[in-house]
Design a protein around this ligand. Structure first.
Ligand code: GDP
Length: 214
């Protein structure tokens, strides 16, 4: 590979990382509790750029596509949930896919009870950075300083005992393919804004402090 090919490969990788996008939903508990401003403020303060936002009462169709019926997805969801249950001393004889299906049904009900705020956030490693700011799935184990650690006290244990979804305020995409799929599900292309702001220079412009500019 020539030097210029290598450089253009590195440049496109850099652009891909800097312009990564992720889908965030403020779930009904966050909307009802008046936490929209706080949640948005945390992402803004971290340096992420808001490129799409709307309030929406999600239809059954959108929720069924968002939390898919895909066997691999349901199995992974069920396995993660089962591991979490075992860690907190709860046993469950159901298979991972049965647990995944059970959680999916609960999520369908929970996200339909009142409007949600859907957003697309962009910036360096947006997916990982947003997940870090959101905190882990079970609020009781979420880091202090994270949205789930600071703003709610529900637990997976209580949710499972009561047979409902854990009210953990936020959904955030967990990997690039998922983010692309979810953004395309919740937003049309014209609802996503490509605009410049001061962060592009201060956080992302490698030339900002270049001696050539002086
Ligand atoms: P997230 O990416 O942190 O939101 O977590 P997952 O993708 O693993 O799960 C999706 C959603 O399913 C979570 O945000 C919870 O609302 C719900 N959920 C996950 N695990 C459990 C569980 O063990 N019990 C219950 N009741 N709900 C769960």
């Amino acid at each position: 590979m020539s030097k210029s090919q290598k450089k253009s490969e590195v440049d496109s990788k850099i652009m891909e990382i800097k312009r990564q996008q992720t889908l965030v939903l403020i779930k009904p508990d966050g909307v009802q509790r008046g936490l929209i401003g706080d949640v948005i403020g945390r992402f803004e303060k971290a340096g992420l750029k808001l490129v799409g936002m709307k309030m929406i009462s999600p239809s059954k169709e959108i929720l069924e596509k968002h939390y898919t019926n895909d066997v691999a997805y349901l199995t992974a969801l069920g396995e993660k949930a089962k591991a979490g249950m075992e860690k907190s001393g709860l046993s469950d004889s159901r298979t991972p896919i049965q647990i995944g299906q059970w959680i999916r049904n609960q999520l369908g009900r929970y996200l339909a009870i009142s409007p949600v705020v859907a957003m697309v956030w962009q910036g360096t490693h947006a997916i990982g950075n947003v997940r870090q700011l959101v905190g882990s799935t079970n609020p009781i184990s979420a880091d202090v300083g994270s949205i789930r650690g600071d703003l709610t006290i529900d637990t997976i244990e209580m949710a499972n005992l009561e047979g409902r979804s854990v009210r953990n305020l936020i959904h955030a995409s967990s990997e690039p393919e998922e983010a692309k799929r979810e953004i395309a599900l919740w937003f049309t292309k014209s609802e996503i804004y490509d605009y410049e702001n001061v962060m592009d220079k201060v956080l992302h412009d490698a030339e900002w402090d270049s001696p050539k500019k002086k």
